[in-house]
Design a protein around this ligand. Sequence first.
Ligand SMILES: [Zn+2]
Length: 261
Amino acid sequence: MALHKDEAIVLFKRSYGESDKIIRLFTLSSGKVAAIAKGANKSQKRFANTLEPFNRIRVEYFEKYGRGMVRIENADIIETNSGIETSLKKACTAGFFVEFVDRLTKERERHEDLFNVLAEILQGIRGAEFTYDDILHYQLRMLGILGFMPNFHTCVYCGQAMAADEKIFFSRERGGILCHKCAPSLPHQVCAEGVIAGIVSVQQANGNVAGSQDAWGCAENGPSYLDNGFERVAQDIMEGFMTFHLDVELKSYRILKGLIA
Ligand SMILES: [Zn+2]
């Protein structure tokens, strides 16, 4: 049996039997991997607090323990989750992105970009509570990496390029905006002017500045959509899109939504 060495982010853990733990890892080289940590429940020393959710670790494991699982041999910390457990909102935000990765990737599918974004997110949350714009930015980045970016730029039906103030019709089913000619004949929701433009500016901003008021340059954006129910409408658009196209409803999102409302 070959010993694999990798870097990983711990997505979930649960007890298994009296003395073992089952862990879901998101590894840098092999994507999502199910693992068993023998004796992790019995001997606190063996893995100390290494295999806690949101930890970034170095891991050594053997293929295959059975049922497609690997057996963790050694693990040590690169970056702990410390700082994330200090507030419910931080823990829920981290939980949302971890669930996002868990539900939208397949086992053993390598996703180096997604790994790096998740690591960046968790690092950001350790430092500061995310605003809704932070959450939206990273949600869009992850969707982009996975090839599921909604189209906020051209009419999804006729391909017409559109100016910011024309972007008011969103089609959940078609995954993007509609122009005023196509909208009447297709199901859509009407968004206040500036909401779609606001989403685009959040999408295009350089992230990694969680907690900073000016992180997204929204103030320069004209319409005061931030005071205008932007969050509620943007959330609604994203939620409808994710449910329709990816067939996922993230449990953690329901809780998080209550906290960012
Ligand atoms: Zn059109």
